[in-house]
Design a protein around this ligand. Structure first.
Ligand SMILES: C[S@@+](CC[C@H](N)C(=O)[O-])C[C@H]1O[C@@H](n2cnc3c(N)ncnc32)[C@H](O)[C@@H]1O
Length: 221
């Protein structure tokens, strides 16, 4: 897979295509104004970047960890040829404002954390879901709290199980700033197979980082 990130292109994509496409979509689904304003809030920077990114590949499997009310999910599903599997550990009541299960290429799962051994055990202790994570092409990891515990569990799990896709980590310029800088150092010392790209400039203020576990080509300009 080859991905290019260019800020002018993202701006043009947003102005010429994405804002109007998504507004038309909201109109066609009678989406509430509360949910629309949530979608275009401070997180919009990574949402438009994701929509721009997913247009660069077809027929891939994307896993989102941390659905919340589905802002990331909607952006990741913009290219309808891809399948998006999104996971949360609780149902969000606010989801009644916009039901992500109405998006054709999205399959949402709510898997409780009750009784699991680890922070991400709700997904990783279940063979079919763990396998979906490991065989995915792209993962967006956005699980609260961004303490590094969930992120570390996922990072080592992917590495130990020979994951070959791409992971996008949310909040790497916010709550995960220290985790991200420690992880970059650790990767440079121990994991030559992983390449890291900071997407802060293309994304939102709290940051997004991309890690390639396989032989993907990433062009930042
Ligand atoms: C920051 S929100 C996700 C935001 C969303 N990705 C977006 O772009 O709008 C974090 C979510 O992670 C969920 N979460 C926490 N622990 C989890 C776990 N073990 N598995 C899946 N989701 C989890 C929380 O319930 C919360 O909805």
């Amino acid at each position: 897979m080859k991905l290019t990130f260019n800020l002018t292109d993202i701006d043009n994509f947003d102005k010429k295509e994405y804002t109007s496409a998504i507004t038309n979509y909201f109109n066609s689904k009678n989406v509430s104004h509360t949910w629309r304003s949530y979608y275009f809030n401070k997180h919009y920077g990574y949402r438009r970047m994701f929509a721009y990114m997913v247009k660069q590949f077809d027929n891939k499997n994307i896993v989102e960890l941390g659905t919340d009310i589905g802002g990331g999910t909607l952006a990741l599903s913009y290219n309808q040829t891809n399948n998006v599997y999104t996971y949360d550990n609780v149902i969000k009541h606010s989801r009644s404002l916009f039901d992500i299960s109405t998006i054709e290429n999205v399959t949402p799962y709510v898997l409780t954390s009750e009784g699991t051994k680890t922070a991400m055990g709700n997904v990783l202790e279940k063979a079919d879901h763990a396998n979906r994570v490991l065989t995915s092409d792209v993962i967006f990891f956005d699980v609260d709290p961004h303490s590094g515990e969930h992120e570390d569990e996922m990072f080592y799990y992917l590495n130990e199980n020979n994951y070959k896709g791409i992971v996008l980590w949310d909040d790497t310029n916010g709550q995960l700033k220290k985790w991200f800088s420690d992880k970059c150092k650790e990767i440079s010392e121990k994991y030559p197979n992983i390449r890291v790209y900071d997407l802060l400039k293309y994304s939102w203020i709290e940051g997004t980082a991309l890690m390639c576990f396989g032989d993907q080509e990433i062009i930042l300009n």
